[in-house]
Ligand binder design. Structure first.
Ligand code: FAD
Length: 438
């Protein structure tokens, strides 16, 4: 690669973008840093959007990762040229130039793409404001406005996002029906017993489910004109009508489409960089152009043995991959560090904090799951060990956050399951992991 860079541009002012800027400065990069984001907000974390922000807990402003003055040029500030509410519309990988929608051009030595993703929209639906998605802070504010007692919310998709929103809505007195094409919630990400228990908890809270459901039609009524000729008819027509393949009709006041995310990789694709459901990077976060890196939800990277490529939509990946991308963007080739992680994901719903370690592709053989229940907790606090040929490769901790660090160590060491020790509630997992280290 060429001489040490003097100007690094970061596209995307989300969690990964911010961590890139911080990492550059923390590692002594004293050149120019420009960060461009198309949202009007300072960088913020998205996990609270479907949890505390919707539920109305705490201060929504607290999700911002840095205050405005943190980007200034004083000592101890980041000294970042922060351009918010500005979209990068073109990337010229050869000329090393970004062009913004307003025509501004930014030349760079290295560029890091941290463009994240967007909610997958429902195809061919009219847009009258009653079929919504949740990705941004503004989406969350709009959705929260609708969560009023007596409202009927339909949710398409029983994944993490759909379920967390359903839970928050139910907590605000909304009648909720979740429609899922699979036979279980969370798409096989949990041991089937846990998925069934979680489903039971949601049902006990009053959430209705339709599993194995196909959607024949999703219709949205146009906004009615108050006092208009058809007003009386319109008032009795539901805002949203979902017709299932079974013929069942579900009416709602609004519908949340929570069917996943699509990566923001079009900018990279137009620039001629390799993309495949995400911006393809190598183990050092380099794209197919030597001066351009990518990190976070937008990046598809090699993972596991034998290596496959994955794109992880997780707080942890945004947090860690961005740091590696930034380190490698500022340094010479020989000093580059390789990205490696043990995937970790969490969700809060139905009164449970669920933390998952390890990642399995849908085509990989299923794991054997063994549960360890904390004494006297009647399954409220427990750890599930995910075993492959007797070796710990994944874990699910329910209301057991303190066990996550030791589980990480045990998985990292590919520890062999020992029923006598591991299922003895009197043996602390921390002690087992310490024994491994010593
Ligand atoms: C509601 C919700 C709840 C979540 N809950 C959890 C959770 O409980 N646990 C967990 O591990 N993860 C969770 N996640 C996932 C986690 O928040 C994401 O993985 C993380 O935000 C990814 O960060 P990022 O910086 O890669 O992308 P983003 O946060 O999407 O940031 C990318 C930014 O780049 C901007 N951008 C894109 N293109 C351009 C362009 N051309 N020009 C300028 N700007 C551009 C985007 O608008 C965006 O602001 C959740 C996500 C959502 C949406």
């Amino acid at each position: 690669m060429s001489a040490a860079p003097r100007h690094i541009a970061i596209v995307g002012a989300g969690q990964a973008g911010l961590r890139c800027a911080e990492t550059l400065r923390a590692n002594g990069f004293d050149g120019r840093v420009t960060m461009i984001g198309d949202e009007p907000h300072l960088p913020y974390e998205r996990p609270p959007l479907s949890k505390g922000v919707l539920a109305g807990h705490g201060d929504a402003g607290a999700i911002h990762l840095r205050a405005r003055d943190a980007f200034g040029k004083e000592a101890a500030q980041l000294d970042v040229d922060l351009l918010l509410d500005r979209e990068v519309t073109s990337l010229d990988a050869t000329a090393r130039r970004l062009t913004l929608r307003d025509g501004m051009r930014i030349d760079f030595d290295r560029c890091i793409l941290a463009t994240g993703g967007r909610a997958r929209p429902w195809p061919n639906t009219a847009r009258h404001g009653s079929i919504v998605t949740l990705r941004s802070l503004d989406d969350a504010y709009r959705l929260r406005e609708r969560l009023r007692p007596g409202q009927r919310m339909l949710v398409i998709g029983a994944g993490f996002l759909g379920l967390e929103c359903a839970d928050a809505a139910r907590g605000r007195g909304v009648a909720v029906t979740v429609v899922e094409r699979g036979e279980q919630l969370l798409n096989g990400r949990l041991p089937s017993t846990v998925a069934a228990q979680l489903r039971g908890r949601h049902q006990a809270n009053g959430i209705a489910f339709r599993f194995g459901a196909t959607i024949a039609n999703l219709a949205e009524r146009a906004n009615r004109t108050p006092g208009g000729a058809n007003d009386a008819n319109a008032a009795s027509t539901p805002a949203v009508r979902l017709t299932l393949g079974s013929g069942e009709v579900l009416d709602g006041d609004f519908c949340l489409v929570a069917t996943g995310q699509v990566p923001n990789d079009a900018l990279a694709a137009r620039a001629g960089l390799a993309t495949a459901d995400g911006i393809v990077v190598d183990g050092w976060c380099r794209t197919s152009s030597p001066h351009i890196f990518a990190a976070g939800d937008c990046a598809r990277f090699p993972y596991g043995t034998p290596p496959r490529t994955v794109r992880l939509e997780s707080w942890q990946n945004a947090e860690q991959q961005s740091r590696v991308a930034a380190r490698n963007a500022m340094c010479a080739d020989g000093q580059a560090v390789r990205y490696a992680l043990l995937p970790w994901f969490w969700t809060d719903q139905a009164g449970w904090n669920i933390q998952m370690l390890g990642w399995r592709g849908p085509d990989e053989p299923p794991l054997t799951w063994v549960v360890r229940t904390a004494t006297g907790s009647e399954n409220e606090r427990c750890v599930w060990f995910g075993l492959e040929d007797g070796v710990l490769v994944a874990a699910v901790a329910i209301n057991s956050g303190a066990d996550v660090a030791p589980l990480r160590t045990l998985i990292g060491a590919r520890a062999r399951f020992d029923a006598t020790q591991w299922l003895d509630a009197g043996t602390r997992l921390a002690a087992l992991s310490r024994a491994l280290k010593s």
